[in-house]
Design a protein around this ligand. Sequence first.
Ligand code: F6R
Length: 605
Amino acid sequence: MCGIVGYTGTQNAAQVLLNGLTKLEYRGYDSAGIAVVQENSIAISKVTGRIANLRAKTEDGRLIPGLTGIGHTRWATHGAPTDQNAHPHASNDGKFAVVHNGIIENYMELREELTQKGYHFESETDTEVIVHLVEMYYTGDFKRAVMKASARLSGSYALGIVCADVPDTILVVREASPLILGVGIGENFFASDVTALVAHTRNAIYLEDGEFAALTPDAIQVYDCSGHPITKKTSRITWDIQAAEKGGYAHFMLKEIVEQPRAVEATMAPRLRNGQVVLDDLDIDLTGIRKIVITACGSAYYAGCAGKYTIEKLCRIPVTIELASELRYADPLIDEHVLLIVLSQSGETADTIAAMRECQRRGAKALAIVNVVGSTIAKNADYTLYTWAGPEIAVATTKGYTTQLTVLYLFALYAAKSLGTVSCQEYKRLLAALRALPKQMQNVLDMNPGIPKLAEKYHDTPSMFFIGRNTDYAIALEGALKMKEISYIHAESYAAGELKHGTIALIHEGQPVIALCCNEAVTEKTMNNIIEVKARGAEVLAVAFKGNQRIISLADDMIYVPKVDPLLCAVVEIVPLQLLAYHVAKENGCDIDKPKNLAKSVTVE
Ligand code: F6R
């Protein structure tokens, strides 16, 4: 995920910025840059790749002296990881430079407007519009220009902006993206993450959405969104570096679970415009498509299993879901009438790459849903839709999975509308339901404080069953995978209706069964299965909507989720299962972020 830092004081700014950026390396990035204000100008240095390259290029900052500057590590979203797309971005007159975290949703319109007004763009980024807007509005008052520019932006942003006319000042703006000010003596700092601050100061001011601030070496003045000065509390940072990297959470996995509402929002919001789903990167004629094949590995495959229901139901096109490691050798029935959807967080999974190539060779067009910009799958697919989840550091995927599902939902709605297979009313209803998902994910996080207690009860078991029907079954697959990969407990997911065909033989006194009961069309049926396993002594933990009294009376324990349309439910319903796996693994003392025998990116067959 991108990181930003800024410094104004008496030290060599470039060196402070480089050290700050180094502290943000753990977040993942693919390019980096710094801008230092000099006499009447701004010096910028940027590189693709590591901070070490930037240190080498600037001789550890010595080549660009100056006392005020801003820096950035970029994790590519809009535009490939190149020097040109790296931040900081400069205005055409060279007077301003900006670093930005977040996504500007209306950048296309702004880019068009600015281009018509004669501003030229050097990068493909959404960020560059900001600095040209500031230049456009500047009439000698830096603060006013930044306020006017910010008022034109929609989306999420934490900005650091410098101006050659006011060399000791940095303006920072926050809207839906973290921004923390570090209060020093004769020097001040800002960063997107406290890890970049704690080497210098533990006194911090946390900006709220809509606030902005002016930093000089001797003062920090915070303003509200209308430009009125406000007084903010200075807080003490008590985290050590390790805790700070994890945002205060014990593990990256927990941090990433909690980040999911934001990741899903970031993936979805820029694509919901004027009451419809807009997929700018998908210039595709769907009318000739007879079949959709989804391929992927592991959790990405399970995201496909859940997404299949949504696409089939809305688009009325048959969808098959194939494990990439199988598809590549299956002599598959693929031709130019097949749309292949390839799911991959890393974009580098060897089997998925091979399956995609094989299907493309047979004439299918490949639509990749990928998190890493510029990855092999993104580069080689015919169309790419990015999941803007930010880098995932824990080996077990969480936000990668839920953002893949989010894009599948967006695709299903987009395709159904263009194929005319969804009524106007249903489209509107589902769009509203889609918009509500981040809030509902947050509700799940808030309404289940009892999960650690459940983990205490269920952790000491050699095996677990996860059962459900239809979409609940698809979610059970991922729930069981999460449990086994991080807690090392054998976990098996079963279509609930299949129990009688064999697996019920394994049910005995005390056997934990996690029963997913959120798809109301089949809940009654799953409840019958709960009765059957209970009759054989199973201990049942049910996941259901709050208020379902019958399930409450049947199950031994409950996890509640808010009511969500089954077509969109997986992103919400999986969250408590991720948390359950996390807390069970914690009880069992497992290495949660780096489970044994697993790698984050499986680049070999
Ligand atoms: C499980 C997990 C893996 C990946 C799989 C595919 O938590 O992370 O099962 O989902 O290896 O990886 P990507 O999505 O990078 O292709």
